[in-house]
Write a protein that binds this ligand. Structure first.
Ligand code: UN1
Length: 509
């Protein structure tokens, strides 16, 4: 990525981190961003100090009074402009995502497409923030519920979707009349700087207060300020279950709301009637796409014993075709892990698989030599395991795919699929209506996302996104996920000259 391309996204060698609108001021410690693709320094960002954080929140407090008073469809117009700008910048922003995070260029573009899609969704939504009307039990009374803006929404995001997750939250929050304060991952700060430049320019061009969109940069400590802050009624956090539990506990202490989108341990059930070609493509993309660093990545394949050996062989053959290298080179399927700490976690997970009795079907190693200088490239692994292994129960953010055999009916496979703490995404490959309906029923998958004849990753923004159990229970993006960004109010109006009481209570003076 050239410095000219970076400049077009507002990125300099050294960037002032935290900003409200286009005012960049953070002067804390330097965060250096290295590309996992080649180990080169891309740029530096200053982290936000506590004093600067205060300034951000004060700006947000001022801006929210103006923003909530602007009609929702007019707020939608601002989000429409954001979507337009993203369309224009898609090739270059997609490239930055790929370069700073390490996912393939195609997936970088796909991530920016998710941003565009959520903007389109939010624009339509800005005319559909509906409440219900309710028939009152009292004569001459009318009841309805309506949704009002919440105020300031804190957004904490992870490195693996360094731009899209912000947009899922920000696009909805903005049409809902909220202002947003974003703490991006310290591993991908430049993607955040680029997004903030885009939205800040739009706010400026429309003469809107800068505090409508802010970023604060830094580590978990900065995230904690958001979680503790009573001026932030909703905190949306994406990341590990460990992080989510800390955020949830802190936010709950002050009775704030949290929207949590945490770890997954996603499985595909492969039944005897599965279309094997579709299964292999879905499983391989799910397991090695984004180098296994999506929260929706396929981590487990639960395969019926009658087709187990066939599926295993096809997978091992497919893995031989996978080209690993610079994600910006379209010949490669898989790029690097985010950093060398992630590589260490991958290696330690493989040791644990072996120690617990698992068998690796492909070699798990760190690649060396030309093109692999960053030390972040690893080979994707297929391992035969038991579902109960401690390591299988754990989400490892790496391209490790576990094969688990099931016998008998599909109920056994569903029990294995549900037999983990996480509950994000799940899938079944089947041509049996009975199996498919059972999987989607109350006795089926316990996940927030349950798919039939597609893989576990690559959800569209139109549906609500999130999961149960250790995944945190939150829902982002489509369907009616917008409701969490607003406060609900029930209104009852009496248009008579009498005051009848509800429940038929008599109270005469
Ligand atoms: C994530 O990994 O945090 O379903 C989000 C998918 C993407 C989003 C993943 N639409 O894989």
């Amino acid at each position: 990525m050239t410095s000219k391309e970076l400049k077009a996204l507002g990125i300099e060698n050294e960037n002032l981190g935290g900003s409200t609108g286009n005012k960049w001021f953070a002067k804390g410690e330097l965060i250096e961003s290295y590309s996992p693709t080649n180990g080169k320094l891309i740029g530096k960002v200053r982290s936000t100090t506590k004093k600067e954080y205060e300034k951000v929140i004060q700006e947000a407090e001022k801006a929210k009074l103006v923003w909530r008073d602007i009609p929702a469809p007019k707020r939608g117009e601002i989000v429409r402009q954001l979507g337009e700008k993203l369309r224009e910048l898609k090739p270059i922003l997609g490239k930055l995502v790929s370069y700073e995070m390490g996912k393939s260029y195609q997936e970088g573009l796909g991530e920016v497409q998710e941003m565009i899609d959520i903007c389109d969704f939010a624009v339509g939504l800005s005319r559909q923030l509906y409440g219900n009307t309710i028939h009152s039990e009292r004569p001459g009374h009318r009841m309805y519920d309506q949704y009002h803006p919440l105020g300031t929404v804190g957004i904490i995001t992870a490195f693996n979707f360094p731009v899209a997750v912000w947009s899922w939250n920000a696009a909805l929050a903005l049409v809902c009349g909220d202002v947003v304060v974003w703490k991006p991952s310290e591993k991908t700060p430049l993607c955040a700087v680029a997004c903030q430049h885009i939205i800040a320019d739009i706010l400026k061009a429309n003469k809107l207060p800068e505090g409508i969109s802010s970023i604060i940069t830094g580590d978990a400590e900065v995230g904690k300020w958001i979680a503790e802050d009573e001026r932030i009624p909703l905190v949306s956090a994406t990341g590990s279950t460990r992080m989510g539990k800390q955020v949830a506990a802190t936010v709950a202490q002050r009775l704030g709301k949290s929207l949590l989108e945490l770890g997954g341990n996603n499985a595909i059930i492969v039944t005897p009637s599965a279309d094997l070609k579709m299964t292999i493509i879905g499983a391989v993309f799910g397991a090695v796409g984004t180098a296994g660093q999506r929260c929706t990545s396929t981590r487990r394949l639960i395969i019926h014993e009658s087709i187990y050996d066939k599926v295993k062989k096809s997978l091992v053959d497919a893995y031989k075709q996978i080209k690993i290298g610079d994600p910006l080179d379209s010949n490669n399927h898989m790029g690097p892990l985010i950093d060398t700490a992630a590589v260490d976690m991958y290696l330690s997970a493989l040791d644990k698989v072996k120690a617990e009795g698992g068998k690796l079907l492909t070699k798990g190693e760190v690649l060396k030599g030309k093109g692999y200088e960053s030390g972040c490239y690893v080979t994707p692994v297929i391992a035969e395991v038991e579902n109960e292994y401690e390591i299988v129960q754990h989400e490892t953010f790496a391209p490790i795919l576990y094969l688990i055999k099931y016998t008998g009916e599909v109920d056994n496979a569903i029990a294995l699929q549900n037999g983990v703490k996480q509950g994000l995404s799940s899938a079944i490959m089947t041509n049996s209506l009975r199996e498919s309906e059972l999987f989607l029923s109350q006795n089926g998958s316990d996940c927030g996302i349950a798919n039939v004849n597609i893989g576990t990753s690559g959800a569209e923004i139109g549906g609500a996104f999130g999961g149960e159990k250790d995944t945190g229970g939150g829902r982002e993006s489509g369907s009616d996920a917008w409701k969490i960004y607003m406060r609900r109010q029930t209104n009852t109006i009496n248009y008579t000259t009498n005051l009848p009481l509800a429940q038929g209570i008599k109270f005469d003076l």
